[in-house]
Write a protein that binds this ligand. Structure first.
Ligand SMILES: [Fe+2]
Length: 221
């Protein structure tokens, strides 16, 4: 098990993409999140139409945030580009860029979230853990379902349900791009990478493609 990492608050909100559309969405999201703290399903329901409107808008995501990353922490050239992170790390927005026919590791998120397809097509395979264990080492998983996701589609992450999945880009030529709105600093926390066939699990931190990852686990990233 990794050493406990205390993520210190940041000095201020971080904007990696400066877009009026993104700023408007974040302001709305903050209002909704703070008024629905008692019920995160309600948070997701209230956020969804605003997120859908953002996904439909064009030209707010710069090309640098829509490209693959050969040095990816997720492997397969998958880019994970941080767009926005709140000062207290309780809200992050990032783009996940999966090259054609590549697939993410089977992973969890450990937070509520919304995922929306900005470009292309994906196949999402959702898993459920059968042993309920938290230990690093053994893990028994079963497939809950496999879903086809197309541009404009949105799905919910609401642990413990539907929190373990892998995502494959089913585009032939261009990468698929999904936008993630998460209730944690997902690139900086320790979470789980599963190997269903070997029935094993290990801890990992994915990092972000555009944020330096400090080696010392006690230093916040
Ligand atoms: Fe995911």
């Amino acid at each position: 098990m990794p050493q406990t990492t205390v993520l210190e608050p940041l000095q201020a909100d971080q904007w990696f993409v400066d877009s009026p559309d993104l700023r408007e969405f974040v302001a709305t999201a903050k209002d909704i999140i703070s008024s629905t703290t008692h019920n995160r399903a309600e948070t997701l329901n209230a956020l969804e139409p605003h997120f859908a409107a953002l996904l439909k808008k064009e030209n707010w995501l710069p090309k640098n945030f829509a490209q693959s990353n050969p040095d990816s922490g997720l492997g397969g050239g998958i880019g994970q580009w941080l767009l926005y992170r709140s000062q207290d790390r309780s809200l992050t927005i990032f783009s996940l860029v999966i090259p054609p026919d590549e697939i993410t590791p089977v992973h969890d998120h450990l937070s509520w979230g919304l995922v929306g397809l900005y470009q292309g097509k994906q196949e999402e395979t959702v898993y459920r853990r059968l042993d309920g264990g938290e230990l690093e080492g053994q893990a028994q998983l079963e497939v809950v379902g496999t879903y086809q996701v197309k541009t404009g589609d949105i799905y919910y992450l609401l642990p413990p349900d539907n929190d373990i999945h892998s995502v494959k880009a089913t585009n032939v030529f261009a990468p698929s791009i999904s936008i993630h709105v998460m209730g944690n600093d997902i690139g900086s926390i320790w979470r789980h990478h599963y190997h269903p066939q070997q029935q094993s699990v290990r801890y990992f931190r994915s990092g972000y493609s555009n944020v330096l990852f400090k080696e010392n686990p006690h230093i916040a990233v």
